[in-house]
Design a protein around this ligand. Structure first.
Ligand SMILES: Nc1ncnc2c1ncn2[C@@H]1O[C@H](COP(=O)(O)OP(=O)(O)OP(=O)(O)O)[C@@H](O)[C@H]1O
Ligand SMILES: [Mg+2]
Length: 315
């Protein structure tokens, strides 16, 4: 049977987010708080998967989830969004869940680290990657567990052997295992703190090191947009202006989706960064990534702008 062809395979950190909207944070012992809303949505790297799908990409997820009711909800939401879940493996235990509590002054998380932390992709058929166009890895669990780091390194190597570009969001915890994973990536998508921590350096020094690394980095700067660094030097790309900001949760994951879609659509790093900022900005306007509307027009708009529509377009 011929392989199904995916534009993007999203690997690891697929979590179930439960969103609450409250009037005040912090919540203290003895408080009785009623949320104005409660919404479930795929989160973590599955925000990237969802928004890549909304941009029109064919997306599959590789991850391990539990055999609990949370996994059922997660799989159902991904399937409903048109994402391929056949490469996700169920193992005994709990799926990673994050309770995302949002107030007008910011947000707080109460999460549970599920079976994804013990990610073990030895059973993965290498053929699953062949015929696809790119791999996106979220490195959060590599920092948390040796097993996950080994699995993600192995997968990155398989991808590169199959000539698939490897995009990496290193995640918020940076250690030597994360740095090992960065070595295996073609494009790295950290935020400012993560970039500094990767190089034990200031942002300027990190940029200097990246220029000689042979890799492309797009470093996310919150409301400052992002800076793209490759061999030809750093270039800033300004953030888009959201009409309103409901939450900044998952802004970085949304940026990642836009960046990868841009590159796969034939855009250069700066133009991909522009698309990434636009996708992140739209994410901020909605409570969950599921509520973001179809974005395929946005990819067409950005590819058209450069007169490249159809060149390597994503269908
Ligand atoms: N206030 C804002 N206004 C406009 N755009 C924003 C704002 N905050 C974030 N963004 C957009 O979101 C992108 C990612 O934001 P940020 O630098 O916070 O990433 P991050 O720390 O990786 O986020 P995450 O918490 O999702 O991991 C930015 O590059 C920018 O495009
Ligand atoms: Mg991030």
């Amino acid at each position: 049977m011929p392989n199904r062809l995916f534009d993007l395979i999203v690997v690891s950190d697929c979590v179930l987010d439960i969103y609450y909207m409250v009037d005040k944070l912090p919540i203290e012992a003895g408080d009785f708080i009623v949320s104005r809303r409660a919404v479930l949505s795929p989160g973590g790297a599955c925000t990237t998967a969802l928004l890549a799908r909304k941009l029109g990409l064919e997306v599959a997820v590789i991850d391990e989830i539990g055999d609990d009711p949370f996994s059922e909800i997660l799989i159902r939401a991904l399937k409903d969004a048109g994402i391929h879940t056949g490469l996700m493996k169920r193992v005994h235990g709990f799926t990673t869940v994050s309770n995302d509590i949002i107030s007008s002054s910011g947000h707080a998380f109460v999460g549970y680290l599920g079976v994804g932390a013990g990610l073990d992709l030895r059973g993965l058929d290498e053929n699953a990657l062949r015929g696809s166009r790119a791999v996106f890895i979220n490195g959060t669990y590599a920092a948390l567990s040796e097993a996950a780091a080994d699995a993600l390194m192995r997968l990155a190597r398989i991808a590169r052997r199959s000539s698939l570009p490897v995009f990496l969001d290193p995640g918020p915890i940076i250690n030597e295992r994360t740095r090992g994973l960065v070595e295996e990536a073609d494009v790295v998508l950290p935020n400012e703190e993560e970039a500094k921590s990767l190089f034990h350096a200031s942002l300027e020094e990190a940029i200097h090191s990246i220029r000689n690394s042979g890799k492309v980095f797009a470093i996310k700067l919150g409301r400052g947009g992002a800076v793209v660094v490759d061999g030809s030097g750093p270039a800033h790309c300004a953030a888009s202006s959201p009409r309103s900001i409901l939450t900044t949760i998952g802004a970085g994951d949304a940026f990642d989706a836009g960046y990868v879609a841009g590159v796969l659509g034939g855009l250069d790093p700066i133009a991909s960064c522009g698309l990434a900022n636009a996708v992140a900005s739209l994410r901020l306007e909605h409570l969950t990534p599921m509520e973001v509307p179809d974005l395929s027009y946005l990819l067409h708009l950005h590819t058209k702008r450069l007169g490249r529509e159809g060149e390597e377009g994503v269908e």
